[in-house]
Write a protein that binds this ligand. Structure first.
Ligand SMILES: Cc1cc2nc3c(=O)[nH]c(=O)nc-3n(C[C@H](O)[C@H](O)[C@H](O)COP(=O)(O)OP(=O)(O)OC[C@H]3O[C@@H](n4cnc5c(N)ncnc54)[C@H](O)[C@@H]3O)c2cc1C
Length: 405
């Protein structure tokens, strides 16, 4: 991603809002604040690496779907699709802003057993009630629409090709940053190393370069490092970095139509990537937290895990050539795989926008809008994000999102 012309030291000593992290979440919040005529405060975004190379954002596969299990996540996905399809309008109507589109190859969940088929059926009913285009499909229907799959073990699937697929999320982020800056948001490439607290409030941030900045409100948009920032305020959050692998590849014999983002019963998922293909997966054994800076591959992940699964599901993928590969970190919420958003119950000027567990790129527009409303008006006005409040953790309540890929 392009490195922006960027300062390292803030121009002022005091800001109404400081956002730690300028990637998907931080810049979504910043751009919605900047473009809201009712908000007139000063905003500082502190981002330690504006290339986003090691951020979750930089590793994202940039796909969106409505096939979630919770109402709120489906509504969030629908707003995300609306935002992408009306991007220029959301960016203030500037004709220079590109129109973004969704490549609707869809998502196809495959089930190889009756229990999971029942789960998919329940989710399909939830999604359908909220207007999503998901349909349950039989192996025969899948074979007719996509003759390239081997389906002998498959009992059923769920498929939606409306507003599900890929979009150009890096361009979205680039324009969010540009518009935020045009409307007065200041970005600095620097690292927050401490918070100053007084009477249950965050009053300042300390930067690695030595400056201390006074802040009115603080937004934690630090991705997998959300816990590090929270700990600076004496708060615990159940968020940890978990490793995910992505490979892109060319097939010697390409498929004759778009490959939906297919979630194989093994948990491996693959999809169309331009004229080529992309495959992603969790580790081979378990899914442990890893070090923040650990982006290493497991030995044999391609040969032992991915290659056999791909060739089994799509025989044409027995003959492929790897183009690229990378490791990224999910900012995984171990409590219930859902976001933690909004103000802390006691430190009321500390705002979370964390824990997206693998679906944060598509949720960034809704989260940016929601948090900007909470900061501006003291309430959510478009989408009620209060089910994601930190207080659910204090009450011991889980809002489990089952459909995590
Ligand atoms: C392999 C992979 C594939 C994915 N695919 C998808 C997908 O298809 N669709 C989807 O919706 N989501 C996907 N996701 C999830 C998505 O990428 C994340 O949920 C989303 O990018 C989270 O954005 P964020 O801004 O919260 O975190 P991040 O992108 O991690 O950004 C946090 C930022 O905070 C900065 N920071 C941290 N600490 C400090 C500090 N002390 N001082 C200053 N800056 C700091 C970091 O440098 C970083 O840039 C995927 C994730 C991975 C790993």
């Amino acid at each position: 991603m392009k490195i922006y012309d960027i300062e390292t030291v803030p121009s002022r000593k005091k800001y109404d809002v400081a956002i730690i992290g300028g990637a998907n979440m931080g810049s979504a919040v910043a751009s919605f604040l900047a473009l809201n005529k009712d908000f007139s405060g000063s905003v500082l975004v502190i981002e330690k690496d504006m290339t986003f190379q090691f951020a979750s954002t930089g590793a994202s596969n940039d796909c969106m779907r409505q096939q979630f299990a919770n109402d709120i996540n489906i509504l969030i996905a629908q707003f995300g699709a609306k935002y992408v399809k009306n991007f220029r309008e959301f960016m203030g109507g500037d004709p220079e802003v590109p129109n973004l589109t969704i490549r609707n190859f869809g998502y196809l969940y495959l089930s190889d057993n009756d229990d999971f088929t029942e789960v998919l059926k329940r989710d399909q009913q939830t999604q359908s009630r909220l207007g999503a285009g998901t349909q349950m499909v039989t192996p025969e229907q899948i074979a007719e629409a996509y003759p390239f799959y081997k389906l002998d073990d498959i009992v059923a699937g769920s498929l939606n090709v409306v507003d599900e697929g890929y979009w150009d999320a890096p361009t979205m982020l680039k324009w969010q940053i540009r518009k935020a800056k045009e409307h007065g948001v200041e970005y600095v490439q620097n690292e927050v190393i401490g918070l100053d607290m007084a009477e249950n409030k965050v009053v300042g941030v300390r930067l690695k370069s030595g400056e201390s900045i006074t802040v009115g409100k603080l937004v934690n948009a630090a991705g997998p490092r959300a816990r590090v920032i929270s700990n600076m305020a004496g708060i615990e959050v159940p968020i940890e970095p978990r490793r995910r692998y992505t490979f892109t590849f060319k097939a010697k014999k390409p498929l004759d139509r778009d490959l939906p983002l297919t979630i194989d019963p093994t948990g491996v998922h693959f999809r169309q990537e331009g004229d080529n293909y992309l495959v992603g997966c969790p580790p081979m054994i378990g899914d442990p937290a890893v070090d923040f800076d650990d982006f290493g591959f497991e030995d044999g992940i391609w040969e032992k895990k991915l290659a056999p699964i791909l060739a089994n599901r799509i025989p044409a993928f027995a003959d492929i050539e790897i183009i690229d590969a990378w490791v990224g970190h999910y900012e995984f919420n171990t409590w219930d795989c859902n976001a933690i958003v909004g103000a802390h119950s006691k430190i009321k000027n500390f705002y979370f926008v964390n824990g997206f567990s693998g679906h944060g790129t598509q949720q960034a527009p809704s989260m940016g809008l929601g948090l900007s409303e909470l900061i501006t008006y003291g309430e959510y006005r478009t989408l009620d994000l209060s089910p994601f409040s930190y207080s659910r953790l204090e009450r011991g309540e889980r809002l489990i999102e089952r459909a995590v890929i």
